[in-house]
Design a protein around this ligand. Sequence first.
Ligand code: UN1
Length: 496
Amino acid sequence: MKSTEEFKNYIGGVWQASASKKTFVDLNPANTDDVIGHFPNSVKKDVALAAAAAKEAYKSWRLVPAPKRGDMLRKAGLLLEARKDEIAREMTREMGKVFAETKGDVQEGIDTAYYAATEGRRLFGHTVPSELHDKFAMSIRQPIGVAGCITPWNFPMAIPTWKIFPALLCGNSVVFKPATETPKAAHLFVEVLIEAGVPEGVINLVHGGDEAGKETVANENVDLISFTGSSETGSMVAKSAAETYKRVSLEMGGKNAVVVMDDADLKLALDGVLWGAFGTTGQRCTATSRLLLHEKIHDKFLEMLIKRTEKLKLGYGNDAGVDVGPLVSEAQLKRVQGYIEIGKRDGAKLLTGGKQATTGELRKGFFFEPTIFAGAEWDMRISQEEIFGPVLSVIKFKTFEEATRILNGVKYGLSSSLYTKDVRYAFAAMRDFEAGITYINAPTIGAEAHLPFGGTKQTGNGHREGGWQVYEFFSETKTCYIDFSGSLQRAQIDNY
Ligand code: UN1
């Protein structure tokens, strides 16, 4: 299929081409003959237009009652539900992960919509007593302005909804800059928002790469940035945003580990490791990329793991029976290949996988064999750096304390997991694993939309997405005092 369909930006309620007239092409990573469409390669001017439109629309959007804004988001959830399969098929076609997973991705968006809808009837502030007579004190939540939302390709529906639904619910308008790998999913999402009744100028979509992203962060009319991507880019985002005093939420890399103790249910752990390491072809920031095995079960578990790994079926994610889809792009393929060489050179033992899969139809896409390195040292590059592919480094340990040290010995802190039947280890892990998320007897992936999501160290900058906490990021606290005494009362002075 060669589609020549041209997609557009959506700015101030008008679908329009980039001022540059330039476009980029969107391909199916499972079969690069399949062209999905052409999208605007936006420049500074497009972002500036979008930010100005958002600023203008904000003036009235902020005054719409939050429950009403919530009603629109409920409608968006209903529309996503009605179009779930159709949108998921298109997402699989565009970024490769298997259909069951893209359906899960859309479901995460639906969950986020319904949560946002009800939050419109909460958005709690506080009322507290004043220290003075006849004086009332409270805090309320207010919108901030224009939110720039910069999103990655690995969760092309869930992550945009994590940002955009709370941003809108709180009363902000949005400039949405999705990844160049998944512009179609972004297009479909914006269609849904429009149909749900989100007014013109309140949601703006600007496609493009570096230039569009940089301007979203730098533009004077954008008040806050929510970014998900690599730690390197995130650091640049924070620096640039500081120049215009923007509030910034950064959700970045991970090097997540599963620890399997010698008392663990090995069958359960095996299912978890396979899902955590090779689900989404390892392209999740929560993916399991390190496996820490107790020396007593190391050999046995590894044997079980390799057997199952070699049975995983690679293929087009929209075909039945496929377990693992392609990597998202040639650039990702090169990156993963690079790490295989690094792992071998550094002395890790390649036990299975390690190369591009090119048999039959697979040669048309960016398929890579699920890969396991054993004998990895904790400080090797393959045990330290985020690979973002189906590559697992296996490290042996002797004690829980040693496993904790290894787990913590990376610069990231997103997700972590422990398999054990011993409640003492479980609670020690929840306390001592340096990560924003710890799973007990479950893999490193599987975050739910109504709980905070995010990480410590170089994974994040202290904010959280998801649940109640993201609403704090997208709103400002205003404190209000109402004095009904009829006279001047000087706090801290007249009453002491
Ligand atoms: C990501 O990895 O970028 O917990 C997000 C999970 C998903 C979200 C992952 N619900 O893996």
